[in-house]
Design a protein around this ligand. Sequence first.
Ligand SMILES: NC(=O)c1ccc[n+]([C@@H]2O[C@H](COP(=O)([O-])OP(=O)(O)OC[C@H]3O[C@@H](n4cnc5c(N)ncnc54)[C@H](OP(=O)(O)O)[C@@H]3O)[C@@H](O)[C@H]2O)c1
Length: 285
Amino acid sequence: MRNIWITGAGGQLGTELQIKLKRRKGVYATDLEVDICNSEAVSRFMADNRIGIVINCAAYTNVEAAEDNPDLCRKVNVLGAKNLAQAALEADAALIQISTDYVFDGLKTTPYTEQDSPAPLSVYGASKKEAEDAIRDIGCRGVIIRTAWLYSPFGKNFMKTMASLGAAREEVRVVCDQIGSPTAADSLSDAIIKISHNIGDRRGEIFHFSGEGPCSWSDFAAAIMHCAGNRCRVVDIKSDEYPQKATRPKYSYLSKALIKQEFGIEAEPWQSALERNMKRYKRML
Ligand SMILES: NC(=O)c1ccc[n+]([C@@H]2O[C@H](COP(=O)([O-])OP(=O)(O)OC[C@H]3O[C@@H](n4cnc5c(N)ncnc54)[C@H](OP(=O)(O)O)[C@@H]3O)[C@@H](O)[C@H]2O)c1
């Protein structure tokens, strides 16, 4: 059994993966102490620890700040991914790269499939698309999983922000004209672990995974208030009433047909995943 390396292990997804894999032997979890932008450090870590699968959870994920820091965003998301892919190729390890629905421009009105062409609107989205392309060019074993609207009881995310705003305010204004799919990091971790057992000789194939069922950010916020037991009102607003530096796709709901067909992975309705994760979060408070 080959060893697993979780990069960005201090983040939302990295934390959930560590929890899911805590009984498995040979799991290495690192965060900033192994900078994925340092190719030598990456190759050395891979060789020293006889890594067979790298799950890259390290990323520059602040979509707004990326507009002001494009070089740093690109460095972490593109150079970091390239270094891992190159080291994986040399060690015949497999790389599981996590990408995003923000590679799409959101002009469709039906679920985005893996065949749809990316056309990112933001610095962050462009960096994640460039990483996808670079990994495919390098040609290491592994897969790319695009996900969306990730949240968990850990780190900074929309579920936690809304739960605390809802406890302090009578009303919050949330955009209702961006449609997508909230994804619980624990559900995504289960999908990643299942895929990790069946990568075989796949090289750079892309799969979509997110919560099942589309919703808007305001629908998501209202459900969070309900699960949190907050009486806070959620007021629908349009994106242009909430100016942001990074442009988000208006519609980025991901089709999960391919991941179901290839790996038998069924996505859970986003509402039940939210209920479970709000309960976990409340227990931690
Ligand atoms: N969050 C979302 O809504 C979302 C949506 C779609 C896809 N994704 C993708 O899903 C993956 C996981 O996201 P997440 O929300 O779990 O991210 P996260 O919570 O921001 O965690 C990323 C981790 O990577 C670390 N990191 C940053 N630069 C690094 C470097 N050079 N070397 C090593 N580690 C570094 C970060 O440390 P610091 O915090 O100290 O910088 C952080 O602990 C990412 O690839 C992301 O692009 C996320």
